[in-house]
Design a protein around this ligand. Structure first.
Ligand code: ZN
Length: 300
């Protein structure tokens, strides 16, 4: 089957086509500006794939969207972007716009982080697991969650990037989240690192102090995630997690926080329990292929 996959990001839209095995066959990147400018380019790409004159036609699309976004299938505003700081995209009916432009083909829709987790549980590090979390630490911070084999939505979708942090002793940074100051994203996102230390995260690679503090905040959030979701695995993705030095520190502080209160085989195998994303940064778009596949099966 040929499926379309759209991963929306604050700075760019990744449009791709691929198959039911999660293989990406073609991709283009379109800058994210306003819906008026960006959507016609996205639609043009996918529309050309509906035509089977040059081979197989695309039969379904999956969308992995930045949030907050309405992922409740029975909602009137399903697939609409909600109160995002990207003002031009506020209340934009992303799903309906795509569906209408693409002859009403099946369109699967979820958050970018839920899609990334879906890719990891289908083809990646969490393959076969029914309870897992995917945390992305990049410019922003977000979490996708799966519980009992289902991606978690609830009244909206999880917003674990905004868990309140206890400020680490000696850290005088106030946090940059406009809503909460010192929440997880406010203290540990790429923007927070750059603002606190006055340099980009990449330039700080050789400064162990930076990563030790970063790991303490990530571990704090992971501790809450472990207690609340009881995931069988936590996958960490996003640009900041390319600092591989973070992993041993995050694992160490997570275990220190739990202080043996939970004793499971998963936690005893901490290197596998807290692990890096395994799909070369493609987990969002590959997850969108899976969303397309699931939606196609649903509508068949
Ligand atoms: Zn916040």
């Amino acid at each position: 089957m040929l499926y379309g996959a759209l991963e929306t990001k604050g700075r760019r839209m990744l449009c791709a086509v691929g198959n039911e095995n999660g293989q990406i066959l073609e991709r283009v990147v379109i800058p994210t500006t306003t819906p008026e400018e960006t959507m016609p380019k996205i639609i043009e790409f996918f529309k050309s794939k509906l035509d089977d004159s040059e081979g197989e036609a695309m039969t379904a699309l999956g969308v992995a969207s930045f949030g907050p976004v309405d992922v409740r299938e029975n909602s009137k505003t399903y697939g609409t972007i909600l109160h995002t700081p990207k003002i031009a995209w506020r209340n934009f009916p992303l799903l309906n716009t795509l569906k209408e432009a693409l002859n009403n083909i099946p369109v699967g829709f979820d958050t970018d982080v839920n899609a990334a987790l879906l890719a990891e549980t289908t083809w990646g590090a969490a393959r076969g697991l029914t309870d897992a979390a995917y945390v992305t630490v990049g410019t922003g911070i977000g979490m996708g969650a799966m519980s009992g084999g289902k991606l978690t939505h609830g009244m909206l979708h999880p917003e674990a990037g905004h868990i309140k942090m206890s400020v680490v002793e000696g850290d005088n940074y106030k946090g940059h989240c406009p809503s909460h100051g010192a929440c997880f994203e406010g203290m540990a996102s790429g923007l927070a690192i750059a603002e606190r230390w006055g340099k980009s995260p990449k330039e700080l690679a050789d400064n162990p102090e930076v990563w030790d503090l970063e790991a303490k905040y990530i571990a704090q959030a992971l501790t809450a995630i472990v207690y609340i979701l009881s995931p069988q695995k936590i996958i960490l993705g996003g640009g900041i997690m390319r600092q591989a030095q973070l992993f041993p520190l995050v694992r160490k502080y997570l275990l220190e926080n739990i202080n043996e209160y939970i004793d499971t085989k998963e936690l005893r195998n901490i290197n596998s329990y807290v692990c890096p994303a395994s799909l070369n940064g493609n987990e969002g778009v590959i997850g969108a292929l899976k969303l397309a596949d699931m939606e196609a099966a649903k509508e068949a």
